[in-house]
Design a protein around this ligand. Structure first.
Ligand code: PXP
Length: 249
């Protein structure tokens, strides 16, 4: 089965917010993503609203037919918004104000008591919950204890190692991703992956058999500047599909 592609449109909003106006419109980007064959739209409403805004989330819910995956920190403010918006899915991520992007996975193992309430409330509201974690067995075990049906494995370190030409390190992290994915699937978790993936780095992750969904954003929006969003997403989908025809996990 070919992994679904969730297109993260945060950085369309980053460009819009650079001038404080209405364009480029992330909802228009989501519409193009739908035409290009995206399986879902992902958006991270950050505490500081540096890219996606509350109005974007509302409009994405109203104007887009694809399932919405809301990335959110485990805070009371975000929980209230998620319960009101009732997106198809919510991915709980760690969030630090000073970080440029989501730098590491959630410490599910260390934060069980804090996270339990969020997972339960979202699930009861009909939202599919995922936890964004490092590919570490203890984190998957903690996700299972919490009753989260999905984990998203953080691929940022793998992507960074690839980009730095550290092939041995990239292979080591890829092995961790494979092991975590196999363990999680064996325990009944749905496995997603994402962060930092590009045309050059997506295939080995997409080829990990248990991976059912990839969430990709920054590279797609970056490449769209040169090639257009539709063409960029179409090509990414092609690479993901090809990864399942030749490679094994
Ligand atoms: N998955 C999660 C949970 C994320 O937080 C992000 C970044 O918002 C992504 C995937 C996409 O990462 P990138 O924009 O680097 O492709």
């Amino acid at each position: 089965m070919i992994p679904r592609l969730g297109v993260n449109i945060d950085h369309v909003a980053t460009i819009r917010n650079a001038r404080g106006g209405d364009y480029p419109d992330p909802v228009k980007a989501a519409q193009i993503a739908a035409k290009a064959g995206a399986d879902g739209i992902t958006a991270h409403l950050r505490e500081d609203r540096r890219h996606i805004t509350d109005l974007d989330i509302k409009r994405l819910g109203q104007e887009i037919d694809l399932p919405l995956n809301l990335e959110m920190a485990a805070t009371d403010e975000m929980l209230a918004i998620a319960l009101n918006a009732a997106p198809h899915a919510a991915c709980i991520v760690p969030e630090k104000r000073e970080e440029r992007t989501t730098e590491g996975g959630l410490d599910v193992a260390g934060q069980h008591n804090h996270l339990a309430h969020f997972v339960r409330a979202l699930k009861e509201n009909g939202t599919r919950v995922s936890l964004f974690i490092e590919p570490v067995q203890a984190q998957l075990e903690a996700a299972l204890v919490l009753g989260a049906p999905v984990v998203e494995l953080h691929t940022g370190a793998y992507a960074d190692a690839c980009n730095a030409g550290q092939h041995g390190e990239a292979k080591r992290i890829l092995d961790d991703l494979c092991a975590a994915a196999s363990f999680g699937m064996g325990e009944g978790l749905e496995i997603h992956a994402g962060h930092g993936l590009t045309f050059d780095t997506v295939a080995p992750v997409a080829a990990i058999k248990p991976v059912r969904e990839l969430n990709i954003g920054h590279f797609l929006v970056s490449e769209a500047i040169f090639c257009g969003l539709f063409e960029t997403i179409t090509h990414m989908r092609k690479l993901i599909a090809q990864s399942r025809t030749g490679l094994a996990s």
